[in-house]
Design a protein around this ligand. Sequence first.
Ligand SMILES: [Zn+2]
Length: 214
Amino acid sequence: MLPGWSVRESVPRVVYSYCIGRASLPPILKTRTMATYTLEQLAEAKTLPCTRCKGTGIRERIIDREAGVDIPARPCVACDGLQTFNAPDVTYLLGLIKGRKSGTLRSRRPENPRAYYVWRFARFHGGQDVTLPMQASFEVMGDPFIPLLDAIAERVAQTVYGTDLAGSLRWAHAMGHEVSDAYMRGEILPPSAMPGGPVVMDGNKPYSEQAELV
Ligand SMILES: [Zn+2]
């Protein structure tokens, strides 16, 4: 699906998009791009600590005497108390998201949370579904490799849909940021990137994402 592509080669372009291209995104997408590691470090790492519990594996005890709340310490829900995440197998993930015809994505969401994240953000960046990918973000909570998954999703969007800017531009414009004249004339991107255009270009929105349409 992505012949000849390596994470390392795409680092400069992705870093650029993080610094500049994504500067005007809504908060939900901004927080997920706050990188602790560079993409190069992520591509090299075998295992990294959970970002939710900072690698302790424990959700701290919560005490609020006035409210009568005392919840004992318990395993972190993001890593199931395992403390770390293993590096993603990129080839495996790409195998889980590809469609039957070459150069396409499967129509149903993959079950694997990381594959689902890449599939969903590729649809977002490519303009196939420009509603905010809240469910997919939720399912990879605590995963320190998220920026790497983002880089893969951008690359998949370019390959499959010919752009990785549709979702960002739709939201940037909606938030009142300046966009180019060519964009406003509808010359460069799918209709879903345009104000007032469709938000989903196909019928493949999973039922579990219906809240994103509200
Ligand atoms: Zn954790």
